[in-house]
Write a protein that binds this ligand. Structure first.
Ligand code: NIG
Ligand code: FE
Length: 430
């Protein structure tokens, strides 16, 4: 007798199952193991992957009430975007124009633009306005194949406005079936009122914001909560970063750090020492620190959209990270400054060209390894049996078209937890 499934997806030309390695991510040059099945099918039960195999094998083993004919298309796990600043208010188009004319990101930041600009608008926005502004961005991410997304606060920079941002992030999670990971980034920049008292702001983050965030979490968010710091010249020093992250860790938050985007302050070494889940940017990380990351379980998240968005030519040293044995992941960094894209397919296009990752390596870095960057790699990012049934049916049949054919949306259907969420759009709330 055949086994019962809820949903079968049959007749895929290729399925990239993205196997775990020893139950974990794909490290170093082992990156790019697709677990490719030709003429494949997927069986889904209770929102989880029950089995993958050839269509002939799955059809002879399973029966289901609902069957989707993938008709020669490609199936991969849903994309995971482990670093975004998706919630913001206001508009920085004028800054883009200035940067194109030659102003640098740091110059604009020093003049009170950049993050400070977005902070003024975000403080002034109501919770509802923030949610309304972010929802279309989340829908764009979903429509482009993102099924799990990390979203940071960090444009409030005062306790109430940071909590308002976390409330907006949680509200998004209730309105869309996408899996959301919240991050507290109170240490994103010094707000105008603390420009002359940076240590006073660090005190506020540690003594007022973090306790408020811990209380918020106890009431509002049962899952993981991350704490991130922008460790950078003009933002938070190494000592300030350490103080904030150690306090956050004591409160049970998991750690991420923005490190080495412009200057190397030693944040990567600190992140490895503290057991951060991920270190993000890594544009100017030293060889010594790359070796440390490679020997650790901290995920290296490259954000090629940032140099691209800044019109820069220096990209993070992805191959050195692989040589060192690091766990490499990719993300959009979606934000209103240098990197406004919700589209992980565009990240794949950049990573193949500027990191010289093969399409297979880039795909794993956008799925399984990205799930590890948000501590979800045990159940998200692969199509192994028991993993959540989050997957994308792509219009092309060959995985190498991801990244190769760029600037257009190649998604045909998005499925989360075994439910079609795009384009049909069930279980959406306004
Ligand atoms: O990751 N580097 C700090 N934060 C963002 C930029 C945020 C902004 O400019 O609004 C980033 O690049
Ligand atoms: Fe960022």
């Amino acid at each position: 007798m055949k086994q019962q499934a809820d949903l079968l997806i049959t007749n895929a030309r290729q399925i990239c199952t993205i196997p775990t390695h020893n139950g974990g991510p794909q490290r170093g040059h082992a990156l790019g193991d697709l677990g490719l099945i030709e003429h494949g099918a997927v069986a889904i039960r209770d929102g989880l992957i029950a089995a993958t195999g050839t269509t002939a094998a799955i059809e002879s083993t399973y029966t289901a009430t609902k069957v989707i004919d993938a008709a020669g298309r490609l199936i991969t796990p849903g994309l995971v975007d482990p670093h975004t600043h998706l919630v913001w208010a206001g508009d920085r188009a004028a800054e883009f124009e200035r940067r194109i004319a030659g102003a640098t990101y740091q110059e604009i930041m020093a003049e009170g633009g950049g993050i400070a600009h977005t902070t003024r608008a975000t403080r002034a926005a109501s919770l509802d306005e923030l949610i309304r502004a972010a929802l279309p961005r989340l829908d764009t991410a979903l429509a482009h194949g993102t099924t799990t997304i990390e979203i940071k606060s960090g444009y409030g920079l005062e306790t109430a406005a940071e909590i308002k941002m976390l409330d907006a992030i949680v509200a998004l999670a209730s309105k869309r079936p996408v899996r959301i990971v919240p991050t507290f980034l109170g240490a994103h920049a010094f707000p105008a009122e603390y420009i002359d008292d940076p240590d006073g702001y660090v005190w506020l983050v540690v003594e007022e914001m973090l306790p408020a965030v811990a209380a918020w979490r106890a009431e509002r968010w049962p899952g993981d909560l991350f704490c991130d710091v922008f460790c950078e010249t003009g933002a938070f020093s190494l000592a300030q970063t350490r103080r904030i992250l150690q306090a956050a860790q004591q409160m049970g938050l998991k750690l991420k750090i923005h490190v080495d985007e412009f200057d190397n302050l030693g944040g990567a070494r600190l992140g490895v020492e503290l057991g951060a889940v991920s270190l993000d940017h890594l544009d100017v990380t030293s060889d010594e620190e790359i070796a440390l990351i490679g020997g650790s379980d901290t995920v290296a998240v490259s954000l090629p959209t940032t140099p691209f968005g800044l019109g820069a030519s220096h990209y993070p040293p992805a191959h050195k990270l692989l040589d060192a044995g690091a766990i490499l992941a990719l993300a959009t960094d979606c934000n209103p400054g240098p990197a406004w894209t919700e589209n992980m397919q565009f990240v794949l296009a950049l990573a193949t060209r500027y990191h010289r990752l093969t399409p297979a390596q880039a795909l794993v870095a956008c799925t399984l390894n990205a799930a590890w960057a948000v501590n979800m790699g045990r159940y998200v990012g692969s199509l192994q049996p028991g993993y959540v049934a989050d997957l994308v049916i792509w219009e092309p049949g060959d995985y190498r078209e991801l990244g190769y054919h760029f600037g257009v949306n190649l998604v045909e259907q998005v499925i989360i937890g075994g439910q079609i969420v795009h384009p049909e759009g069930v279980i959406f709330q306004n």
